[in-house]
Every structure is written in structure tokens, then in C-alpha cells.
Design a protein around this ligand. Structure first.
Ligand SMILES: [Zn+2]
Ligand SMILES: [Zn+2]
Length: 592
């Protein structure tokens, strides 16, 4: 079944839900009821707030209606006649929409986010009747409700919303539902939601002491010692991947004169998303991306074709002035860093460079056990440059994807206006997809910044820039990893890799020696010197998802050994300190 068919079912259920609400609350006035990811909602104005019991009752009525195999009956009528129909039913919001439609055309409903509301012809509208419920709608719907599995949907929650998103207007109740093709898929979804709640990076991050936030720095994380360890481990891992692949690291300024942003075009198009700073002499802005700084670095010297590709990597912080209301954990922040790089290449090097890049992408994601897939976005309707250049670039990207053996989907017209792109999506341990890596060709910035190289013909040529990131932002990638691993990081990433647990005070000194020995071998080890009993210490270490617990009593101390337990509860028995060191080193090496 295609998504379109499923969306039709979901949207049809919004009607069925509204019909059920109307039966229970005859005074109900309806706003809009669009399809959303995994389901639908309907905005409704009622005399009292809906309770969880109401939701259950509505859901039951919906189920009954679905079983009655109701038909969706369509009729078309002129605007004025439709206004009469909805006026007689006291559906004031629909009447308002029809009035706006008459005076302002489809732009009147553009802000409502409901593509089903009306079609492009605004002189006539279509109206659908299901049972006793009539709604203004363009369709499409299922023919009959019998097409819907009565056990495949669930009403999930109610939230507040203003009519037309306007705080001066009526307060509506937004009733949400989820729906799938089958009961089984619905159940799988509900399990996934529960699992996702348990893994929520904001919750797990707090429990594991990785990061915190403070109202005085909205959207900017405080990385606590353990979180900083994790962050730095990832940062250095990425350096270890990129340096052998021919990248060099740079650090460019965080704050730039607006002249830079004017040259890049961000001043006119992106200024409101940047933090601006007035300094003594100039208008400045904090960088929201590294690209323009890298252009200045590239342009600072005469570049020969023999020097290309030049690959500049940078991890310094970026700031974007995101609206307060959208900030969320580590996934929507104002301050972040990327594993960013810009590759400056000759046009004929695009294919090779992209193939190498896809090789790096494959290697990185396999180290995190994240399966991935690619989408190739091609020339949009409005584009910069020559069609020929685009065709050449797209052909090189396709070949690179094929040579790198990366399965991909073609997204016709989804490229940026200045070049085609490849987006990479990963799938986490509970089946959710996240966009991480991007790879964007850019023909525009080399023009704006006059970036060129001297070719073998001794003439000057334009370079092509490839913007690319594999993690994306460290902040967001860490959020994904926390949820992917449910906080139980593999040994190489775990902020604390082993916890030493002395059984009695007399083992404390020996524990210190072991910690020092393991520490000098590069392992991150701590000692639990609390007064709690051994079992409680083991439980604490398990809660902290520490990969190894090393219990030390008289026998271990005598034998220069540790009793090794895994966080899963598995008992590896007594190992000499050297044996344990090898076990841990091997796990780290194999990224386990
Ligand atoms: Zn509809
Ligand atoms: Zn860039």
C-alpha cells in the first residue's frame, strides 16, 4: 500500500472523528483536520475540555461508524450555497473560511496547513457527507469506511491551539489520532512510542549526567564532564577518519563583519537567524555556518590544480537564533558544532570526491551500527547556471552513488538552486529515521567569492565547492546516539568504561593502583568509594550503563586481579588486571 492510500485513510478518519464528536457534542464547531505524520488531527471548539474518557468514547463511536461501512458522498456547489449550508449548521469557522475564500482566494486558507480544505477552483467547492456529518473538503477519501480496519487507529491526545494560529482568536482543542493499515502496525507503532519515551535523550542525558541546560542560556547545552568526554571522543574519532582521507583542520573566527555575510548573501536572506553584535566600528554577526570563513581561507592564496582537492574541516561552535518556542533538548538548539568540511575541487573531480566521501559515510555509520540510505536531489525548477553543468554534476553524483554501492532514491527537483545534493538518512535501533549527513554541490559561492585555481593550461578556472557533514551537528548526533543505544554506549564511546567496586575499605588502596594502571593504558575508569554495599554499587553502575564493573575483594587483591561483570549481568569471572586490559582494548578497537 502506498503512503498516499494510507494518508487517504488517515484523512477519512479525521471526518469520522469529527462526526463522532458532533454526535456527543452537538455544539461542536470545527476548524481544520489535516493529515500529519502517522495520523491526523482535527481542531474543534467545544463548551468544555475533553477528558481521557471522552477520547475513549469518541474512539468507540468511530469504530462503530467504520464498521457500518458509511459512504463518503461528494457534492459540488457554488461558494454562496456552501456558506448557506454551513451557516444553517452553525459551523462558523467554515463560514468564515468560505467568506475569506470568496474575497481573497486560496491564499485565505494557505496559513491553515490543511491541503485537503479546498481545491484550486474557488468559485465552486466540494462538500462531503458521511452519515449525518457534512464537511467542507477537497478529498480524496476512502469510498466506504469498510476499507479501514477498525482496530488500526487510536486517538492519542488533545492539545490547545488557536483558530488560525492567532492568539487573539478562539481557543480550539486539537484532537490527535494515529492510524495505520493494520492493527499489527498500530501496535508496533505504540510499542515504538513507549520505547522512544524511555530512550528520550533529555531524560537519559540527565540520568547519565551528560549535559544540562539553564534558562539563562536557552538552546545551548552545558556539557558536563561525562558528556564532554563523549563529545570529545566523537570529535577525535571524526578527526581520525578525516585526516587520513586528506582533510586538514582549521579554526576560523566566530564573529564576522557584515561585509562577509553580504558577500555570501546571508545578510539579505538569513540575517534574522543570526545573532548580531554591534561593535565599536562595524556591524558584526556570529557565524551560523563555517562556509564563508573557508572561502576566505581558500581565496587567501593562489591555488594550482595540483593542490586540489583542498579539504577544510572545522568543528568550532555555530549559533543560529532559533525561536524560543522550537528549542528542544539537543535536537533544536541555538549553539552547536558540526563535523563540517568544504572540499574545493575541479569540476572533473566531483565524481571521485563524492565516491570517496560516500566511502567515509559508510565507514562511519557502520561503526555506530546505523543502516543508511541516500536521496539524490536534482535540479529544481528555479536554478542557477547552465543546464549542461547541472546534467554533468548529476551524472557524476549518480555514478559515484553506484560505484560506492549506496542504494539511493531520486528526488527530482529537490536540489538547492545552486547545486544538486545527496541527503543521507540513518535508521536507529527502534526503526526511526533521521537525516544526518548531507553532501551539497555549490556553484554559486565560488562565483560570489571569486574562488579559482590555475589549471594545467595556465588559465584561471572556477572551483566547485562541496559542503559536507557526516554526523551533521554533534549535538543532534549525540541525541540520536543516546536514543539509539538507550544510553548503553559501546565501550569505545562510554564516558566511564569501567567502575572499580571495592568490597571493603581495605581494598581502596589496591583499587587506586588498578585505576592508575588501566588509566595509563587509555581506559576511562572510576572507583565507587561510596559507603554503600557491593550489591548497591553494582546496581548503580548498571543504572549508569557502565560497560564493565570490576569487583575487588581480598582474593582479587592477592592475585593482582579483578572480578569482571558486564552491565548485562554477565559474569566474566576473575581476570588478571592485564587480561582485563586486553579484553577492554579489544572491545574498543572493534567499536563494541
Ligand atoms: Zn476530507
Ligand atoms: Zn557549507
Amino acid at each position: 500500500m502506498t503512503n498516499e492510500k494510507l494518508d487517504t485513510k488517515r484523512h477519512s478518519l479525521a471526518h469520522i472523528m469529527a462526526a463522532s464528536i458532533q454526535e456527543m457534542f452537538p455544539e461542536a464547531k470545527f476548524g481544520v483536520g489535516p493529515v500529519i505524520e502517522e495520523g491526523f488531527f482535527y481542531d474543534v471548539h467545544l463548551s468544555r475540555p475533553l477528558t481521557p474518557e471522552d477520547l475513549q468514547a469518541i474512539e468507540k463511536r468511530m469504530r462503530d461508524k467504520v464498521k457500518q461501512n458509511l459512504r463518503f458522498e461528494r457534492s459540488e456547489m457554488p461558494l454562496d450555497q456552501a456558506s448557506e449550508v454551513f451557516k444553517n449548521m452553525s459551523q462558523d469557522f467554515k463560514v468564515e473560511l468560505l467568506r475569506d475564500l470568496k474575497t481573497r482566494g486560496t491564499t485565505a486558507v494557505a496559513d491553515l496547513g490543511d491541503s485537503n480544505l479546498v481545491g484550486s477552483n474557488v468559485n465552486e467547492v466540494s462538500v462531503y457527507k458521511t452519515g449525518n456529518f457534512t464537511d467542507l473538503c477537497r478529498g480524496p477519501h476512502v469510498k466506504e469506511t469498510g476499507e479501514i480496519d477498525p482496530d488500526s487507529f487510536r486517538l492519542t491526545r488533545v492539545s490547545g491551539a488557536y483558530w488560525r494560529g492567532n492568539q487573539e482568536r478562539e481557543q480550539m482543542q486539537r484532537v490527535y489520532g494515529v492510524a495505520f493499515d493494520t492493527k499489527k502496525e498500530l501496535e508496533e507503532y505504540l510499542v515504538r512510542v513507549e520505547e522512544a519515551k524511555k530512550r528520550d535523550h533529555r531524560k537519559v542525558g540527565r540520568e547519565l549526567g551528560l549535559f544540562m541546560f539553564h534558562p539563562w542560556a536557552p538552546g545551548a547545552a552545558f556539557w558536563l564532564p561525562k558528556g564532554t568526554t563523549l563529545y570529545n571522543t566523537l570529535a577525535n574519532y571524526m578527526r581520525g577518519i578525516l585526516f587520513p582521507a586528506g582533510y586538514v583542520e582549521v579554526k576560523t573566527p566566530l564573529i564576522f563583519n557584515k561585509a562577509l555575510w553580504e558577500t555570501s548573501g546571508h545578510w539579505s536572506h538569513y540575517r534574522q537567524n543570526m545573532f548580531q553584535i554591534a561593535s565599536e566600528e562595524e556591524q558584526m554577526a556570529v557565524k551560523a555556518m563555517n562556509c564563508p570563513g573557508h572561502y576566505l581561507v581558500f581565496g587567501s592564496e593562489v591555488r594550482s590544480y595540483r593542490d586540489l582537492p583542498i579539504r577544510l574541516h572545522e568543528q568550532t561552535p555555530l549559533h543560529r537564533n532559533e525561536a524560543f518556542g522550537v528549542l528542544s533538548g539537543l535536537t533544536r538548539v541555538r549553539q552547536f558544532s558540526q563535523d563540517d568540511a568544504h572540499c574545493f575541487v575541479m569540476p572533473e573531480q566531483i565524481g571521485d570526491e563524492v565516491e570517496r566521501l560516500l566511502g567515509l559515510v559508510r565507514r562511519v555509520y557502520s561503526d555506530f551500527s546505523l543502516p543508511f540510505e541516500a536521496k539524490l536531489g536534482t535540479r529544481p525548477a528555479e536554478f542557477l547556471g547552465e543546464v549542461e553543468t547541472w546534467n554533468h554534476a548529476e551524472a557524476q553524483l549518480k555514478q559515484a552513488l553506484e560505484r560506492a554501492n549506496v542504494p539511493y532514491e531520486l528526488n527530482e527537483g529537490d536540489g538547492a538552486f545552486y547545486g544538486p545534493k545527496i541527503d543521507i538518512h540513518v535508521t536507529d535501533a527502534i526503526g526511526r529515521r533521521w537525516q544526518c549527513a548531507t553532501l551539497q554541490l555549490d556553484y554559486m559561492m565560488p562565483e560570489r567569492f571569486d574562488l579559482k585555481y590555475v589549471g594545467a593550461d595556465n588559465a584561471e578556472h572556477r572551483v566547485v565547492v562541496i559542503h559536507r557533514a557526516i554526523f551533521g551537528s554533534f549535538e543532534r548526533f549525540i541525541a540520536i546516539l543516546i536514543e539509539h543505544y538507550a544510553g548503553a554506549f559501546p565501550v569505545w564511546l562510554a564516558p566511564v568504561q569501567a567502575m572499580l567496586i571495592p568490597i571493603a575499605d581495605r581494598h581502596a588502596e589496591y583499587c587506586k593502583q588498578v585505576k592508575e594502571r588501566l588509566g595509563s593504558a587509555g581506559l576511562r575508569v572510576e572507583i565507587d568509594s561510596s559507603v554503600e554495599r557491593m550489591q548497591a554499587k553494582i546496581r548503580n553502575a548498571q543504572m549508569q550503563k557502565i560497560p564493565y564493573m570490576l569487583v575487588v575483594g581480598d582474593r582479587e587483591q592477592e592475585q593482582a586481579a579483578v572480578a569482571v561483570r558486564l552491565r548485562s549481568g554477565e559474569d566474566l569471572k576473575t581476570k588478571s588486571v592485564d587480561e582485563f586490559r586486553s579484553i577492554a582494548r579489544e572491545a574498543i578497537e572493534q567499536k563494541k
